[in-house]
Structure formats: C-alpha cells, structure tokens
Design a protein around this ligand. Structure first.
Ligand code: ZN
Length: 114
C-alpha cells in the first residue's frame, strides 16, 4: 500500500510539472457533503490513531478507507469540482470517498478508481 501511494505521488508530481496551464479556480465548486460535526470528529479521531493502515480518509464521514473505489477532486479537502475537469489547481488534490458516502455526491463529481 505504501509503495502504491509513493508511486502515485511521483506520477502526480511528474504530471503537474509538465502542465503548462495553471488556472486559479475551477468552475462549479460545491461543498463536500459532510456528516454531523460530532460524528465526523469521532471517526476522524479513530482514523488518526492508525492512519497508516488506510489509503486515506473520507472527507464526508472521516472514516479511513483501505481500498478506495471512488475519488473526488477536492479543494482544501472541503469543497470539490467536477470529475471531468483535468486542469491543475492550487490546493487541489484527489480524495478517496467511501462507498456509502459516494451515494450523496452528484455523479458528475465522482471519479471511479481502477
Ligand atoms: Zn465517508
């Protein structure tokens, strides 16, 4: 799992240095739907205790995700922009989303993983 993450980070770095267009703001930003703050906090605390077991953390519920199947293009980890927008933005990165939470996200914002 660690190796996969390292490789995907390398690929990201490689791709972003090769992009010539760097726009400031994506279009059609919407907020990532979140569980209540207290539930999120509870899951976030549990996740933080052994985050190395997981690929990443769901921005909707705070739970750790081991084998992500869905991703969103996030801005600061709290908002997202459409999946078909392949431009590079500052403070933007792909986040894995849990298979339950993905149901609350409009399909045009969902990136299906391999
Ligand atoms: Zn979730």
């Amino acid at each position: 799992m660690k190796v996969t993450i390292a490789i995907s980070k390398l690929i990201c770095t490689f791709e972003s240095t090769n992009k010539t267009t760097m726009r400031n703001e994506p279009q059609n930003i919407i907020e990532i739907p979140r569980l209540s703050q207290s539930l999120f906090q509870k899951n976030d605390d549990a996740y933080s205790r052994d985050d190395e077991k997981f690929y990443g953390q769901c921005p909707c519920c705070g739970k750790g995700i081991k084998e992500p199947k869905f991703f969103v293009n996030s801005i600061y980890g709290s908002e997202m922009y459409p999946a078909n927008d392949n431009n590079q933005y500052k403070d933007a990165w792909q986040m894995p989303v849990g298979s339950e939470c993905v149901k609350r996200i409009p399909s045009e914002y969902v990136i299906k993983g391999a």
